[in-house]
Design a protein around this ligand. Structure first.
Ligand SMILES: NC(=O)c1ccc[n+]([C@@H]2O[C@H](COP(=O)([O-])OP(=O)(O)OC[C@H]3O[C@@H](n4cnc5c(N)ncnc54)[C@H](O)[C@@H]3O)[C@@H](O)[C@H]2O)c1
Length: 323
């Protein structure tokens, strides 16, 4: 089976590629080839028990996608996106990648003629506005950012193309994935990782919101397991709405810092600064941080038991010694 990851050079794309390389199979069959596309040529996981093709390709350029889709895929993980802060700062860029890029991927998947499984990374940013503070399944989505709106349009396209039998879609609204390794990025949620990652790596980081701010989050390991689970399920199990809220945890910033201190000692927390940032706050205060994901839980998607586990997994999987 041929598998494609868009955004294959990104945080989750790289982790997913490594997990598929370790597994060697998906949906009960051996993977025959893994294709990774991103703006710059992604790193290929090594070792891998199947050939990996890593290619630079802009998903907003439909013509550039044609050679990638010259042979059909059985499973497509569509992860490429412009993240929340960047899509809010540049409306046209967000529209080009998150909306038209997604449309290009879905159209290319549709015309492959194999009705591929498409796992689409949506976001908790789909929620907000007039929705209740606690999110349950089946609510009318009311995103309050351009990024969230673009993700929701992708969800609708995924549902309609699945209904028509063009593809077999599964859309997951990811919680904030923390702790994200590497450098800070343009996501408004970037601080939700940097206050843990950068301080455990010996640096400092600013928290732009108060200790009582609640975060709806999930660990990278758990999100990768849930992406693979989404590809594995029978599409019919999702029902007419192929898109759902993934499980996560609600913790305050203060409780997450306490969990970090429990695992990593008191030093990292002492390197957090607390300078209020009204721009970040305006975006993240519009997100929902309490979700009751009953549909996803019934379908076997997983939640983390504690943020302390996320800290331990970061120390095992991702920490860089910067000094
Ligand atoms: N990480 C999170 O907390 C989180 C939360 C909710 C949803 N998501 C979604 O999950 C997906 C993966 O997130 P991530 O954290 O790995 O993000 P990321 O930014 O690390 O990865 C996204 C990748 O998409 C690539 N990309 C951007 N524009 C592109 C284009 N025009 N053509 C090809 N590739 C392009 C980027 O270069 C990047 O490598 C995204 O769709 C994101 O919106 C992530």
């Amino acid at each position: 089976m041929r598998v494609l990851i868009t955004g294959g050079g990104g945080f989750l794309g790289q982790k997913l590629a490594r997990r598929l390389a370790a597994d060697g199979h998906l949906r009960g069959g051996a993977i025959s080839e893994l294709v990774l596309i991103d703006l710059a040529t992604p790193a290929a996981p090594a070792p891998a028990p199947f050939p990996v093709t890593a290619t630079a390709c802009d998903i907003s350029d439909a013509a550039a996608l044609a050679p990638v889709f010259a042979r059909p895929f059985a499973v497509i993980f569509h992860l490429a996106a412009v993240v929340s802060g960047a899509a809010e700062a540049d409306f046209d860029l967000g529209l080009r990648v998150n909306l038209f890029g997604t449309l290009n991927i879905l159209q290319a998947a549709r015309h492959g003629g194999t009705c591929p499984v498409v796992v689409y990374a949506s976001s908790v940013a789909a929620h907000g506005g007039e929705e209740p503070l606690t999110i349950t399944d089946g609510l009318e989505l009311n995103p309050q950012t351009s990024y969230g709106s673009q993700k929701v349009i992708g969800e609708l396209l995924l549902n309609d193309m699945s209904r028509r039998g063009f593809l077999d879609g599964r859309g997951l609204r990811l919680p904030t994935v923390s702790i994200r390794p590497g450098r800070a990025n343009a996501a408004a949620s970037s601080f939700m990782s940097s206050i843990f990652r950068d301080t455990m790596q010996g640096g400092s980081a600013n928290c732009p919101v108060g200790r009582d701010y609640e975060i709806w989050h999930s660990a990278p390991r758990t999100v990768i397991a849930n992406l693979i689970h989404a590809a594995t399920l029978d599409g019919a199990a999702f029902g007419p709405n192929r898109c759902l809220n993934l499980p996560g945890r609600t913790d305050t910033v203060g409780a997450m810092i306490a969990a970090m201190t429990l695992v990593a000692g008191p030093e990292p927390a002492s390197r957090i600064t607390w300078n209020h940032d009204p721009v970040i706050e305006a975006i993240v205060m519009g997100w929902r941080n309490r979700v009751v994901p009953n549909k996803a839980l019934a379908l076997g998607f997983r939640a983390d038991a504690s943020f302390a586990d996320s800290v331990r997994w970061f120390l095992e999987d991702d920490i860089e010694k910067v000094r």
